[in-house]
Design a protein around this ligand. Sequence first.
Ligand code: A3P
Length: 320
Amino acid sequence: NEEEDQRSLQKYREIFSTLPTEKGWETEHLFLYQGFWHILPLGMGVMAAQNHFKASSSDLFLASSPKTGSTWLQGLIFAVVTRDLHPFAQHPLLTVNPSDLVPSLEIKLYSSNQIPDLDVLPAPRLFATHMPYTSLPESIIECRCRIVYICRNPRDTFISMWHFFNKIRSNMLKMPQLPLEEGFDMFCKGATPFGPFLDHVLAYWKESLEKPQTILFLKYEEFQARPSDQLKKLAEFLGYPFSLEEEKEGVVEEIQKLCSFDNLSNLEVNKTGRTPNGFGYSALFRKGNVGDWENYFTAAMVEKLDQITTQKFHGSGLAF
Ligand code: A3P
């Protein structure tokens, strides 16, 4: 009931007020909770989801660190799973941002001031999350829910993040730009929302090796290079493989086209649409390229981030 919900939320707020803090990327500070950095509203969402979310084995999840291609994968997963329900000409993705079709537990569902009732949603429920593996609500692990993890090379992830927060700073908060060097130091220190980024990636990578049936580890760069192969792999993992007939009819290509950067970023909803708190969906679409880091990184930055990455991933079999 509502009173109980409010008491829980007050408790989470109190817990957060005791946690170590670090300067954030905009006005919100970062709080260290279970080894990862969170801004208050989303960290509260993580706690609320941990305490209230009840997974069902048919739930499907997209997990990711911010700025690694989450919006793209939200669109692809929705399009794959619901393809029998929606003709491409009148598809929900033409008028709704992907983040509203595959909602994030901590951003959309549990971060407002109430605990949602998700039992009413039809199966399979599709959810997204930026939560680190070790902070996922226990029932997700117990139910062996399938989790798709999308990751991206650290250099492009940082550049995407830096642009994203600068957009929020200038458009929503009227703050000056965050200097590139300052953002880079914070990224290298691991002080990013849901960071350290490399720890986030590594934990899902290790789990994906141990439990390939439950975690599919995908790379943004591979998806860009071989979209149909990756899309088929994704559909099969989710339990919605493409039939030969569908492949012949070009369904794989249709989904790719529907969710392409050019298509999604030019839709009215994604150009001018906003969430109730004023966040413009256009901030989720910038360039959608691999290798944009080359336009920003100095040799010293390449060396520093490479060294941290190599050290962190040493012996894991993961490389970019
Ligand atoms: P860039 O800033 O490098 O352009 P997230 O969705 O996790 O926030 O990730 C955002 C990044 O994904 C941004 O990268 C954005 O442009 C890119 N992106 C968004 N939609 C995409 C799509 N349909 N295809 C490929 N990349 C996409």
